[in-house]
Ligand binder design. Structure first.
Ligand code: FAD
Length: 318
């Protein structure tokens, strides 16, 4: 299997890819796999699998007492990547996050992936802890994705987290990073966000996948600013069909994005999730059609709770 990076750099029609989340701890992986099955029909060029930091939750232990429990709520990224490749023959792209993982723990994930022959990854800082005001990591963790990128490149060159040198892996990792057409929430402005994005590319990222957006002009503007700043790698737009009334306030709040006026006006007329789902399919189809006509290398679909809608959009576009 060629790498995602070399596939994206090659001549090809606009490809289809999507992202799935591992199931919540203790839930069936088969349900997750069944959920994405309708999307396989459209021959995804690759499938991303998210990774989640450990979180503290409080478990009721009776008598009004609670016990703190620290666990990764959605474990299993590496295993799901292997299952996707073995069972469905798709190219998996597991996410590696700084999160609250030490360099050693990240190195262990790279070793597991390397043994499995899975060498496409998305390198991310990861979300901050729920309810935390800022991102924090553990001692010996990374504060920014650029520093994680350095670790991956070091690993490719046989340099381990403790500074020792070993044999380089047979197949080096290639990786993409995240970009934000509407700016990352913590960035001072679009300019500094772009400087930090360029830093990740300069440190070895082979492509960029964007945060979801609903206004294509924001994506086209982002690409143009990237090119002016000297970022030449492929830029993959990320889009999501809306599926519920709740998302009207949830998505802008969580992802720090704006809905364009045309979409918000239509959303105001929706009175049920069914209405939103129908509008979401129409809107995402129009976005995808325009992006495809503009010749983007791939369209990345955020498929969480939206697999049926993504399948409908893909049916119309691919
Ligand atoms: P960074 O590139 O580190 O940037 C974070 C912030 O720091 C930005 O504001 C940037 O401008 C700033 N910055 C960067 N470098 C510096 C520096 N040297 N000095 C000062 N400021 C700096 N989250 C998960 O937890 N798991 C996932 O699986 C996951 N998948 C994602 C997939 C995609 C395609 C996208 C777009 C996001 C995903 N996220 C995921 C969310 C992502 O982890 C968050 O948006 C996170 O807050 C930032 O990650 P990053 O890799 O962009 O961070």
């Amino acid at each position: 299997m060629e790498s995602v990076a070399s596939f994206l750099a090659s001549e090809h029609p606009t490809a289809f890819s999507f992202e799935i989340l591992p199931p919540l701890r203790g839930n069936s992986v088969e349900k997750t796999l069944d959920g994405m099955r309708p999307l396989l029909e459209f021959k995804p060029a690759y499938v991303n699998i998210t990774t989640h930091r450990t979180e503290v939750s409080y478990i009721h232990v009776g008598g009004g007492s609670y016990k703190a429990s620290t666990a990764q709520k959605r474990p299993g990224t590496v295993a799901i990547a292997a299952v996707l490749r073995e069972r469905f023959g798709v190219r998996p792209v597991p996410h590696i996050i700084c999160g609250d993982y030490s360099r050693r723990e990240i190195e262990d994930q790279l070793i597991d992936l390397s043994y499995l022959g899975i060498t496409d990854i998305l390198a991310l800082r990861g979300d901050r802890e729920r309810n935390a005001s800022s991102f924090a990591t553990c001692q010996d963790g990374h504060l920014h994705a650029a520093s994680l990128a350095d670790q991956v490149v070091d690993f490719n060159n046989g340099r381990m987290a403790d500074g020792t040198s070993v044999m380089s892996p047979e197949r080096p990792f290639t990786f993409g990073v995240a970009g934000y057409p509407e700016k990352h929430e913590e960035a001072m402005n679009l300019h500094t966000d772009l400087l930090h994005l360029k830093e990740k590319v300069d440190r070895g990222a082979a492509y960029i996948v964007t945060q979801m957006f609903f206004d294509n002009s924001k994506f086209f503007d982002f690409v143009s600013r990237c090119r002016t700043a000297g970022i030449t790698v492929p830029i993959i737009p990320g889009i999501k069909p809306l599926t519920s009334l709740r998302q009207m306030s949830l998505l802008p709040r969580i992802f720090h994005i704006d809905f364009p006026t045309g979409l918000s006006e239509e959303l105001l007329h929706c009175t049920s999730d069914e209405d939103v789902r129908a509008l979401g399919i129409e809107w995402a189809t129009a976005q995808a059609r325009e992006l495809k006509e503009a010749g983007v290398p791939s369209i990345h679909f955020y498929a969480m709770h939206a697999a049926q809608s993504v399948a409908e959009v893909a049916r119309r576009i691919y």
